[in-house]
Design a protein around this ligand. Sequence first.
Ligand code: PXP
Length: 252
Amino acid sequence: MSALPTHRALRLGVNIDHVATLRNARGTPWPDPARAARIAADAGADGITAHLREDRRHIRDDDIPAIMAATGLPLNFEMAATDEMQAIALRHRPHAVCIVPERREERTTEGGLDVAGDENRLGDFIAPLRAAGIRVSLFIGHDPRQIEAAARIGAAVVELHTGAYCDLDTEGRTAERDAELLNLIRGAALAGELGLEVHAGHGLTFGNVGPVAAIPEVRELNIGHFLVAEAVFMGLGPAVAEMRRLMDAARA
Ligand code: PXP
């Protein structure tokens, strides 16, 4: 079983959080994240991802059913490991939940979860989600300790944080970028050996997606900010279609 439909070896989950951010900036109903989800679906997305943050700076509670109803695609619901979010997930039963660390003052999700340091609590936390048939993904770095802990607590999926790789690429620090990519490749291989499905995401762009898409164990990429940024210039549908094309090219 996979988090998103299996008709493709590498799936694209489109994160529509920043459509909501733009809407929230003016308090208008537009741009509508559910409409963005429909456009992404028509352009070749395999799933929709959205993060309900504690401060609701991205999607809001009432966006969840609207996004779920907007397309036939599975929702990958990103959330912090809090009681409030667990109750919301159990109420809506999205296809998958991706547990992310959350700090109120951060601009974006800056690091991976410390699964190894919080193993017992996270194991207990995901148990009701698993029991409800929700696929549980943990957003972590490539550290083998974190990957092994994710397998031990029974997660189905690990999503590897590609933010450092992307930042090093943007900064032109190519040797460090390549070392980071190698760590992602090794992390994906270890996760695959442990029976975890491997996803990746954060900071991916047209320019840096190829090497990550080429990692054979990676089954899904979740991409948001760059696609919404490109949508300003080329439209969301064409941006999603171009990302899809680059992913397929890297995989071929
Ligand atoms: N995956 C996870 C777990 C995330 O938290 C985010 C950012 O919300 C993404 C993927 C997408 O990152 P970006 O918006 O930089 O493409």
